[in-house]
Design a protein. Structure first.
Length: 273
């Protein structure tokens, strides 16, 4: 009887172990760490960060490309969602979802601004130096309460140029409001607004089209009539914006830089054909 009971318990333990191994990652991606304890970078943001569905390929968010920069001790969980603002992301419970998983030593990267600007949409609109900062403060406080490290990222620029080919600002006072909050709260800030604007100006109006979702009719089956999108990125552009984010990690001397597998200064894309 004792032998039967011992054999049964042994089989139960094996079955439970197999079940645990078979469980998929929450984001549908197998862990690249083989089960070791890791640092997780959670991304909170909008469609310029979020993973694009296959039906919208070759559109991509920069968050899709970030994981490839790190060794096996770091995992990126892209929780960004299209159409969200700093306000709506919280009010839909998306930040709370991140916080349920987050552990001490993790990071929360926060990029909002594109949809906060939509003054005619009360579900998303925030005012730069009042409600926008107040919502961003919630991300900061929540991450710190979990022992995690918040990092603010000013919104990546849209593709806008003057008649003489100069890259133009497209986010008004939102980047300044984020930077002011970061300074006040002593939170690291990656100024992706400035970085992306500088790169777009270097490339100019024509070459930047290759980074954004500009396609000719018939060029891709998902866009049979073509598309001229100056907000969302082609996979090429998403990779370059991710590189700029990594540049910011290096410049801020965040501990994450120790886990980079290559230098962001060695892989600059030209945007050429």
């Amino acid at each position: 009887m004792r032998r039967k009971k011992a054999a049964f318990l042994c089989l139960a333990v094996i079955a439970a172990s197999v079940a645990l191994i078979a469980q998929p990652d929450t984001d549908g991606k197998a862990s690249k760490t083989g089960g070791r304890a890791v640092i997780t970078i959670y991304l909170a943001g909008d469609s310029t960060v979020a993973a694009a569905p296959r039906s919208r390929a070759p559109r991509a968010g920069w968050g899709e490309m970030l994981d490839d920069w790190f060794d096996d001790n770091v995992m990126v969980k892209n929780m960004a969602a299209s159409g969200r603002s700093a306000k709506s992301f919280i009010e839909e419970g998306r930040l709370e979802r991140i916080l349920r998983e987050m552990k001490k030593g993790d990071y929360l990267f926060i990029q909002f601004g594109h949809n906060d600007e939509k003054v005619n949409d009360p579900a998303r609109y925030t005012e730069p130096f009042t409600s926008y900062q107040a919502y961003l403060q919630q991300y900061i406080d929540s991450a710190r309460a979990k022992g995690a490290i918040p990092v603010l990222i000013t919104p990546v620029e849209r593709r806008r140029f003057s008649a003489d080919g100069r890259a133009l600002d497209s986010h008004g006072r939102y980047p300044a409001a984020m930077k002011a909050l970061g300074k006040h709260e002593r939170v690291p800030v990656i100024d992706l607004t400035t970085k992306s604007k500088q790169r777009f100006e270097q490339l100019g109006p024509e070459r930047t089209k290759r980074w954004f979702l500009w396609l000719e009719p018939g060029e891709h089956p998902n866009y049979p009539k073509g598309i001229k999108d100056n907000t969302h990125f082609h996979q090429r552009g998403a990779k370059e914006i991710a590189r700029l984010v990594v540049e910011g990690i290096v410049e801020l001397n965040l501990p994450l830089r120790r886990h980079l597998i290559r230098s962001p200064y060695e892989t600059v894309q030209t945007g050429g054909h």
